[in-house]
Design a protein around this ligand. Structure first.
Ligand code: HEC
Ligand code: HEC
Ligand code: HEC
Length: 105
């Protein structure tokens, strides 16, 4: 019974996202000033790497693009936004020659 209840809650939580036909918030494109666009992929981070929503929401980002503060590379080097993981330890660094891994021309 308890298992069924848990399953029910999980299904309810997943339905809206499944209905959109994408994982989590889908593909999100940042348009920073003075650098190429950056594509953030939920599909890759959640689907391929298996990260949980709670690793980023709402510890690093609120679940709404409009509600999140714009961050600079200096912020990221201090561990904010992408820099929480892209620090050269857990994932490739935000400094060095890695720019083009995130910034497209
Ligand atoms: C590795 C970090 C990370 C993980 C894990 C993650 N997200 Fe996100 N999510 C983001 C980022 C980055 C944004 C964009 C934030 C911004 O623009 O300020 C975002 C935005 C969103 C948005 C808003 C989309 C929009 O267009 O307004 C939703 C909804 C969302 N995520 C749902 C989820 C769900 C559900 C999961 C788990 C299945 C998940 N996210 C897992 C990083 C993550
Ligand atoms: C919760 C941790 C986490 C956060 C936050 C995070 N990433 Fe990642 N990301 C990873 C890990 C882990 C990898 C895989 C290891 C690697 O490539 O170094 C990865 C890989 C990537 C890749 C390589 C994808 C590929 O196809 O190989 C890109 C691009 C990327 N992240 C962009 C971003 C951007 C942009 C942000 C911020 C908007 C972000 N990530 C935030 C953990 C994170
Ligand atoms: C892990 C992905 C990632 C890497 C690697 C990365 N950036 Fe960024 N960068 C972003 C994202 C995402 C934004 C937009 C952030 C926002 O709007 O909240 C951004 C914003 C910027 C901006 C505008 C804000 C500012 O700091 O002035 C510049 C310029 C920039 N990046 C340059 C670079 C350079 C140069 C490198 C390499 C040394 C680099 N970036 C590496 C993801 C990355």
């Amino acid at each position: 019974m308890k298992k069924l209840l848990v399953l029910g809650v999980v299904v309810l939580l997943l339905v809206p996202f499944a209905a959109w036909g994408k994982i989590g918030g889908g593909d999100i494109t940042f348009h920073p000033e003075g650098a190429g666009n950056v594509l953030y992929s939920h599909d890759f981070h959640v689907g391929k790497l298996g990260l949980k929503c709670t690793e980023c929401h709402s510890r690093i980002y609120v679940m709404s693009v409009a509600a999140n503060a714009k961050r600079t590379m200096a912020d990221m080097e201090k561990g904010l936004s992408c820099g929480a993981c892209h620090n050269g330890k857990r994932a490739f660094d935000v400094k060095g020659n890695t720019c083009s891994k995130c910034h497209q021309s």
